[in-house]
Design a protein around this ligand. Structure first.
Ligand code: GDP
Length: 481
């Protein structure tokens, strides 16, 4: 047949080392099987155990997905406040919070939690995230049906909600065994501003109770995977799934997030027009969280000093108008992603006005400059997604510290980025863009009970676990290495 006549390596690579299931309709999601044409083969192979676990998850999802018999039966549980019958499928419903990068890292975390706890992940994408991604699982949707009974409550979900797990723990003086009747659903509020009760989700002794709840509704904008590695009852399974801890997000993000045909059009047209013929592609993400605090001129100086100190691009020759003739002129294409146009304009102008010292030809491009983060806008999100993906196709990547937008690009690309410190105030810093230790995202707001209450110093739980370190870009955060 057709498949067996192809060299084996081509077939294997198309499925990313077995990460992706075969058999999807290719036309409806061209990126799924064609992303391999745009990047180098990842040196990081998924473990055979991860691959088999993903296939098992897909079976579960197919059996329990929206409108299946099991789904309909489990949905009935919501009509009473406590569990009445027995159910054969349990769910975790992901709800959006914050920007696209935040959403992708928290969906990836929720999926891993679903896999670890035999739950089915359903996502509430709302109107501003339709048309971004393809369906990740074969033969069954991951989109939460619009008629889901609790949907109208998600938007206002806040810390301290009476149906949250944190509240239940608080109401029972932290003694979960005092709760005799299990509720049919609970909210897990795990976004950055969660309270001390919500944080108790991360304690191992509280996890067992959750197993009995058919519907968990989660709100989070965080990459909470590193903390799952600190929960003893998950550790062995996580170790089997991911022998190489640094690749967790890399595998999850490439498994789950395939650009829709609309987004893929933006990505491939940009790539073909500006990047395909370059010898080297450089991605530079400039995320300025506070325009007033970080003047354009200072940020630009920081970028240029990063490029120079880390030798990411050649300098310009101020004394010449024309580069010395040389045989091998390397062409380099730099893609700048930013809400603002000024960094692009300055860098483009710099390489237009003067030649490079070694004769390299530098093309400078920026796909869009949206000026501010638009909320609730589908096209804005498609552009953001396309730019994240374009950055991930780079050979060399510079991200901005603290930005989840950059984390997704580095994970998709399997790249250890240089992390640009966007300065606040009027001074640049000595090390403008140190190299990240791993390609994993940072968990910005882990629960802080690993700090000693009296001294406020960090307990050693983090250093007790190998493969977890403090993030480079925030000392409160933790990441896998
Ligand atoms: P973070 O705030 O940097 O952690 O990243 P998020 O993706 O969570 O939120 C930032 C949001 O602002 C993005 O989702 C976009 O909506 C917008 N945004 C920020 N930087 C860019 C950019 O370089 N390009 C585009 N198109 N949008 C951006």
């Amino acid at each position: 047949d057709n498949l067996s006549s192809q060299p084996e390596s081509v077939v294997v690579d198309k499925l990313l080392g077995g990460l992706l299931a075969p058999g999807f309709d290719e036309e409806s999601c061209i990126s799924r099987y064609q992303s391999n044409l745009y990047r180098k083969i990842s040196p990081h192979k998924p473990s055979a155990y991860l691959v088999s676990k993903l296939r098992k998850y897909e079976d579960l999802h197919k059996r329990c997905g929206p409108y299946t018999e099991s789904y309909n039966r489990t949905l009935k549980e919501l009509s009473s406040s406590h569990i009445n019958g027995t159910v054969d499928c349990n769910y975790i419903v992901w709800t959006p919070s914050n920007g696209l990068g935040n959403r992708i890292i928290s969906m990836a975390s929720s999926f891993l939690y679903a896999v670890l706890t035999d739950r089915v992940l359903l996502v509430d994408h709302g109107p501003d995230m339709t048309d971004l991604f393809c369906e990740p699982f074969p033969d069954a949707s991951w989109v939460l049906p619009k008629d889901f009974p609790l949907s109208n409550q998600f938007y206002g979900l806040q810390p301290g909600n009476v149906h949250s797990y944190g509240h239940l723990l608080w109401a029972n003086s932290m003694n979960i065994s005092a709760v005799t009747q299990s509720p049919s659903f609970l909210y897990l509020y795990l976004a950055y501003n969660y309270d001390n009760y919500d944080k108790l989700f991360y304690q191992d002794q509280n996890q067992g109770f959750l197993q009995k709840i058919p519907w968990l509704i989660l709100k989070s904008d965080q990459y909470f995977v590193p903390y799952l590695f600190l929960i003893p009852s998950f550790q062995q399974e996580l170790g089997n799934l991911f022998p190489d801890k640094e690749t967790v997000f890399h595998h999850l993000v490439r498994y789950l997030f395939h650009p829709s045909n609309q987004a893929w059009g933006l990505i491939t047209r940009f790539h073909q027009a500006y990047l395909a013929s370059a010898d080297q592609r450089i991605g530079l993400q400039v995320r300025v969280f506070n325009r007033k605090a970080s003047p354009i001129k200072v940020v630009l100086e920081q970028i240029l000093s990063c490029i120079q100190k880390e030798k990411l691009l050649p300098q310009v020759d101020e004394k010449k108008h024309i580069a010395s003739p040389s045989k091998n002129k390397t062409s380099r294409a730099i893609t700048i992603a930013s809400l603002y146009p000024e960094y692009y304009e300055s860098i483009k102008n710099m390489y237009w006005m003067k030649p490079t010292v070694n004769g390299d030809v530098i093309g400078v491009y920026q796909p869009s400059h949206e000026e501010f983060q638009h909320f609730g806008n589908n096209i804005h999100n498609i552009k953001a997604w396309a730019e994240i993906y374009i950055l991930s196709l780079s050979d060399v990547l510079v991200t901005s510290s603290w930005s989840t937008f950059g984390y997704v690009a580095q994970g998709l690309g399997g790249l250890k980025p240089w992390m640009l410190y966007v300065p606040t105030g009027d001074k640049t810093t000595d090390r403008p863009c140190p190299r990240a230790t791993s390609m994993e995202p940072c968990f910005h707001f882990p629960p802080n009970y690993y700090k000693n209450a009296r001294t406020r110093r960090r307990l050693d739980s983090v250093s007790l676990v190998p493969h977890i370190m403090q993030c480079e870009d925030t000392s409160n955060g933790i990441k896998l290495v």
